[in-house]
Design a protein around this ligand. Structure first.
Ligand code: PCA
Length: 362
């Protein structure tokens, strides 16, 4: 053990500020050597911790926030701002550590992790849980909404049922943010649904799997975190997702066509474990809810900006960004009708209530 190690008052495993500063220290040139890096790391950790003690800002409560998307994704950035807002509003009493990119739990596990308290906070993609409850799939129905304004109205119609369902699963819904509209990426030009036949088709929800079946493609479930690899290894030849996910994953390196069909506008939700939330003081709960409301508003705006920016990124990357042909539109509309009517049957009274409320608000 060198002097640097002995001078570090914090065990590396327990050091509160470890993660924040590790990234910083990683940036120190290698030529400084590992020992020097460790010394700087320890000294910085000590300094920061003493400032924290002096400022009386030692966290009383520490939460883990499990998310599935990379730190540079717009949902992640929005979550990061939420974390900062909560920390500021609680004077550092509630410290939230984000775990981006499915590093703590994979997306399909995140809801359950929050439900059981293995993560206090989590972000997950609603429609992928449609098999659990059809209500989760309302925002994945084809051609129900045609813009963000309608998507927000659909959210309002869906929200009471969502809150109720999540409450039964030990969770409080904090905020929900839309992905940009979903379009079709392919490795070859597509003029009609017939051109999609036989294609290895990445899906992320029961509805996208059903669409895959209806168009005669070969559906394969792949999480966003594994998408780049699936494309690189040829497991996927086509998919429906947003401009944002296309840009985040540089889909133009593997697929050459994007059809901006705007099929639906699905959402992520961020939930908190009910027991963890109830354990906070009233003021802290209010701080969390206020930061959540701000995150929701900010997130919906960001989603629209990101859509415009991502479409430009796709073009710059060499992707043909096109409007669907009339034939493709008509074919997809037919597929959409089937999918929606099947959903209505499965979703029963809850589904009908959502659609009625949405149609009345349009
Ligand atoms: N991107 C995520 C969810 C919806 C979206 O636009 C995905 O493709 O998994």
């Amino acid at each position: 053990m060198d002097r640097g190690d002995r001078r570090c008052y914090f065990s590396h495993a327990n050091c509160l500020v470890k993660d924040d500063y590790r990234a910083l220290i990683e940036q120190i040139p290698l030529s400084y050597g590992a020992n020097m890096k460790r010394r700087i790391f320890c000294a910085t950790a000590t300094l920061v911790a003493s400032v924290a003690f002096a400022g009386n800002a030692v966290a009383d409560t520490k939460w883990d926030f499990a998310t599935a998307y990379p730190a540079f994704n717009f949902h992640s950035k929005n979550n990061d701002q939420f974390i900062k807002d909560v920390e500021a509003a609680t004077n550092g009493k509630l410290k939230i550590t984000p775990h981006f990119g499915a590093s703590l739990f994979k997306m399909p596990e995140i809801k359950r992790a929050v439900q059981t308290g293995n993560a206090q906070l989590g972000e997950f993609f609603l429609v992928s849980f449609q098999n659990e409850a059809q209500v989760f799939g309302a925002d994945g129905l084809p051609f129900l909404v045609s813009n963000y304004d309608e998507a927000y109205k659909l959210y309002q119609a869906q929200k009471p049922a969502l809150q109720q369902l999540l409450d039964k699963q030990n969770q409080v819904l904090l905020y929900s943010v839309a992905w940009p509209p979903q379009g079709i990426y392919t490795n070859k030009p597509i003029n009609s649904v017939a051109d999609l036949k036989g294609m290895k088709w990445r899906v992320y929800s029961p509805t996208t799997a059903r669409i895959g079946e209806l168009i005669g493609a070969q559906p394969v479930t792949i999480q966003e975190a594994e998408l780049s690899q699936a494309l690189a290894t040829g497991v996927v030849e086509g998919l429906i997702t947003s401009s944002a996910t296309g840009a985040d994953n540089k889909l133009f390196e593997h697929l050459k066509y994007y059809y901006n069909v705007q099929a639906w506008i699905p959402k992520n939700v961020v939930t908190v474990n009910k027991k963890a939330f109830n354990a906070l003081s009233k003021e802290e709960q209010e701080a969390v809810l206020k930061a959540a409301a701000a995150a929701e508003e900010r997130g919906w705006k960001a989603s629209q900006e990101v859509d415009a920016r991502s479409l430009a990124t796709l073009k710059e990357g060499g992707m043909n960004v096109e409007q669907p042909s009339d034939q493709l539109k008509a074919d997809l509309a037919k597929v959409g009708e089937t999918v929606v009517s099947e959903w209505v049957q499965k979703a029963g009274a809850d589904g009908k209530a959502i659609l009625d409320k949405f149609n009345a608000s349009k």
